[in-house]
Design a protein around this ligand. Structure first.
Ligand code: SF4
Length: 384
């Protein structure tokens, strides 16, 4: 076999930026901040009082790679369900509290791994801080101060006229200072806005003014396509400056989709080991194969693969061989055939109808070998 130079750049193994120095908190077994890997979280959409449905959704989220899950707690029935959910969930559960301070205490008592409070939405919150700080400290429960543009404190709305980055950051820091007065610093902060430009600026200001770990989120980001773009842009802008310790992608879509997007964002930024990566060309007038279909079929065939694998799928022989070189596995198509590459060498030439199954076969072989070797690395598949 002849080694063919393919020219694909190496997958970066270092993260995109030095992480901002932040203090570390523990959300159950998951460390957040202080250089801990950026975690991915989501929120259930079930009624929390429906324990079975909530635990089922948490199990699905866990299987998808979710590391922390938040559950809403708007009623006493929901609060009553928290002890069982917190105990049976395989990942740490954060109770999300609005309006009623009594549920903050219930969540802490229930053994939730953390409690999210929205100061703008909790009546007489400021007066309750002393008691909340004491209960949280006694139980070792961190608090997320979750400021949201849609429910900003009235005082700050009056001061700034609207939810500006300054208003969001000031709101969060004001609430944090109330906890600090009671010697409580087991805190993480979010300042969410639906506009990525405002959100990014709010987090930048916050990052410069405190060392609390930051939970990134674009709130009400929209349906899957728009929300994915907004979140990727906003998180990319922040994480590329080292800002952000845990992320939640908010989509008007099933929560498992949020996890997939969140993981992909971290992988793209080099903040998480890349798993299956399909490097496929956009196709053009030179394509001699249906690249979209091929890329989709290969992606579907390799879904769930745990071993890092980079697969190049290229539509013709013009750039195909070149682009497949750095991939673990690749195909360059032409004349009704596909040249299959492994590590830049042509290992087989197969008819077009056999390309997908051959790639999957070779991918499995590579995965098996890697598992045997105990090696890891960036997976890549190139389809041209
Ligand atoms: S690899 Fe070939 S088909 Fe794909 S975009 Fe490049 S030139 Fe076009």
């Amino acid at each position: 076999m002849t080694a063919i130079p393919l020219g694909l750049p190496e997958v970066p193994v270092r993260p995109i930026a030095e992480r901002r120095v932040s203090q570390r908190i523990q959300v159950g077994p998951v460390a957040v901040g202080g250089g801990a890997p950026v975690s991915v979280q989501s929120m259930t959409t079930t009624r929390t009082s429906d324990i079975g449905a909530t635990l089922q959704q948490i199990a699905e989220l866990t299987a998808a790679g979710c590391q922390i899950v938040r559950v809403a707690c708007p009623t006493q029935d929901d609060a009553d369900a928290l002890p069982v959910i917190a105990r049976k969930s395989q990942i740490p559960v954060i109770a999300d509290i609005h309006f009623q301070p009594k549920y903050v205490f219930a969540a802490i008592e229930a053994g939730c791994a953390a409690v999210r409070v929205n100061p703008g939405n909790i009546k007489q919150f400021d007066d309750k801080v002393k008691e909340i700080a004491k209960a949280a400290k006694d139980h070792g429960t961190p608090i997320r101060i979750g400021v949201n543009a849609g429910s900003l404190d009235r005082r700050l709305l009056q001061k700034y006229g609207r939810a500006t980055p300054e208003a969001l950051a000031e709101s969060a820091l004001w609430e944090a200072s109330l906890f600090e007065e009671h010697d409580f610093r087991d805190i993480k902060i979010s300042v969410k806005h639906n506009d990525p430009v405002v959100m990014v600026e709010a987090y930048r200001q916050l990052a410069a003014r405190c060392d609390y770990p930051l939970h990134l989120g674009v709130t009400e980001a929209g349906p899957a396509f728009q929300g994915t773009i907004k979140s990727a842009v906003a998180f990319g802008a922040l994480l590329s400056r080292g800002i952000g310790d845990t992320i939640r992608v908010s989509l008007s879509a099933p929560p498992v989709e949020e996890i997939k997007v969140g993981i992909q964002i971290l992988q793209s930024l080099g903040l998480r080991e890349r798993r299956l990566e399909i490097v496929s060309c956009p196709s053009c007038g030179r394509a001699q194969v249906d690249v979209y279909k091929l890329a989709e079929e290969v992606t579907a065939g390799l879904e769930g693969m745990e071993v890092p694998l980079r697969v190049a799928v290229m539509g013709c022989v013009v750039n195909g061989p070149g682009e497949a070189r750095e991939a673990d596995l690749g195909v360059a198509s032409g004349n009704g055939k596909g040249q299959i590459f492994v590590r830049g060498e042509v290992v087989r030439t197969v008819p077009e109808s056999k390309i997908v199954e051959t790639l999957i076969e070779e991918a499995m072989r590579i995965a098996e070998q890697r598992e045997k070797d105990g090696a890891s690395g960036a997976p890549s598949v190139t389809v041209s």
